[in-house]
Ligand binder design. Structure first.
Ligand code: SF4
Length: 496
């Protein structure tokens, strides 16, 4: 085992999620880079095994990327490391420890914390830990350098990363909008990386075999000139070699789709573009409460245009449990989205992310949050706990049946003219029959769907034929939620 002075580590939600944050740190370590390496793990492993693997490198410093999905396990790792190897200096970074820092167990256990951007501050802190003078403060506010001074990390994606993992990339950091449930609302604006240098790195990744690029920019279509150049990059690749497809995933604000952008989008072949579009709520009063600026009519027009005139795959986000939103209001938004035709509707439940301004609504709207990650809302003054639980199950079954794409024909019939109400009735019934929302074998799920259709008045043979038209030949695989490339959007905005 090679000895490493500085170990950069994190627990990813899945193996396929390569950590962009750690690669940024390594790329910006300067003279310390040769003594630094990345060791990523996946949540769910035994704490002692991970501690053993970390210590095998005999590090002097271990830096952990702490996120909403790994904070509990990372806390256990840090606690154990501090017991068995108290001489190792632990430095924390990442969004989960960047806010409400002082009150966290993991922070009490660690030696230092870097809040916010770590590109400059983490290497500087490591230099001081190794060479003195010993840093006096425990918490170090990350310095934000000019974007041109941040070394881009894409060369650090290994060949194995390129072959087997999602490649996260970003042409800009930050967001100018202020949606109060979102950590990006704390950014002052969006800061672009120098575009030529960024595209050069994308060229390098493509030349090495990368074919799926997942942009984590909060609002890809904010600066249309930049969006067009990035799209041109991918169009050039597709047109130069149509038999070698390349895929790009972008997050869009829904009410900003100028004609020039539409013209480009329309030129992409089926599936090459994937768009994630945050609607969150169609209720103007709720939007005002959470400071979300959105032109609903324009947003709906643009989603309709994308569904009808482009060949992009759309994934549209809604959040249940926002202040001021009851079930009927959420249902209206849901039904509107179903009718607009988005291929996937990501139905998320509100989370109170550390540092987000949504906390100001806690008293007035009786918002009750789970005190443990991911801090999901449990009840509001308009949605009681039992109803929230029904919504949570709706979201889970929606993933299994609708978003998975496994029951496309059946879903259309199941939803009928009142998608939310009909699916809620199905969700309540399937839960009463199975007592489970996970590990339902696909064959069993198909039988349940068929039984439900019969209960709703469809003839047995018709119901069987409809379900069979969807799932024939797919019996051997367990029913899964659709493969998402990252944790749900609200949390994923922590990732880079
Ligand atoms: S939800 Fe989207 S638009 Fe709103 S602050 Fe977050 S990233 Fe920006």
């Amino acid at each position: 085992m090679r000895r490493m002075t500085i170990l950069l580590s994190t627990l990813n939600a899945r193996y396929t999620h390569a950590s962009l944050g750690l690669r940024y740190l390594l790329a910006n370590m300067g003279p310390l880079a040769a003594q630094t390496s990345i060791h990523e793990f996946v949540i769910g492993a035994k704490t002692a095994d991970l501690v053993e693997r970390i210590l095998a490198h005999q590090p002097r410093i271990v830096g952990f990327g702490v996120y909403i999905w790994n904070v509990e396990e990372t806390t256990r790792i840090v606690a154990m490391l501090k017991r068995v190897a108290p001489h190792v200096t632990i430095v924390l970074g990442g969004p989960e420890v960047s806010y409400e820092t002082g009150e966290q167990e993991i922070v009490k256990l660690a030696d230092y914390v870097v809040t916010g951007w770590g590109d400059v501050t983490f290497p500087k802190l490591c230099g001081e830990i190794l060479n003195g003078p010993k840093p006096l403060m425990k918490v170090h506010a990350g310095v934000q350098p000019p974007m041109a001074e941040v070394t881009l990390p894409y060369a650090l994606y290994s060949d194995e990363d390129i072959a087997h993992r999602t490649l996260y990339v970003e042409a800009s950091r930050g967001c100018p909008f202020k949606c109060e449930f979102c950590l990006s609302s704390l950014d002052k604006t969006a800061w672009p990386f120098p575009l030529d240098a960024f595209l050069e790195q994308m060229e390098g990744l493509h030349a090495r075999g990368a074919r799926l690029f997942k942009f984590v920019d909060r609002t890809f279509n904010l600066n249309v000139k930049t969006s067009l150049r990035i799209m041109q990059f991918f169009l050039d690749k597709l047109e130069a070699n149509p038999d070698d497809p390349v895929y790009a995933h972008f997050e869009l604000v829904p009410d900003h789709l100028p004609e020039a952008l539409k013209e480009f989008i329309a030129r992409f072949p089926p599936g090459a573009l994937q768009f994630e579009i945050g609607i969150q709520s169609f209720n103007p009063e709720v939007q005002a409460l959470v400071s979300r600026r959105q032109d609903n009519a324009k947003a709906a027009d643009n989603i309709r245009w994308l569904c009808e005139q482009s060949q992009a795959h759309l994934h549209v986000d809604l959040i249940a449990g926002l202040p001021g939103e009851d079930v009927a209001s959420f249902a209206r938004g849901f039904d509107q989205l179903v009718k607009l035709g988005a291929q996937e509707i990501q139905f998320g439940i509100l989370k109170r992310l550390r540092g987000t301004p949504i906390i100001r609504h806690t008293g007035p709207f009786a918002m009750v949050y789970d005190p443990y990650p991911p801090y999901t809302v449990l009840a509001t003054n308009l949605i009681d706990f039992a109803t929230m639980q029904r919504l949570v199950r709706f979201a889970r079954y929606w993933d299994l049946v609708a978003n998975s794409g496994r029951f496309a024909n059946t879903t259309r019939v199941l939803l009928g003219e009142a998608p939310f109400d009909n699916f809620m009735a199905f969700s309540d019934w399937i839960y009463s029959r199975t007592d489970a929302t996970h590990r339902i074998a696909l064959e069993k799920l198909a039988k349940l769907v068929q039984e439900w259709l019969q209960l709703r008045g469809m003839g047995r043979l018709d119901a069987a034929a409809l379900v069979a038209s969807d799932y024939a030949g797919k019996l051997d695989t367990p029913a899964q939620a659709p493969a998402v490339a990252a944790p749900a959007r609200q949390a994923r905005h922590l990732a880079a």
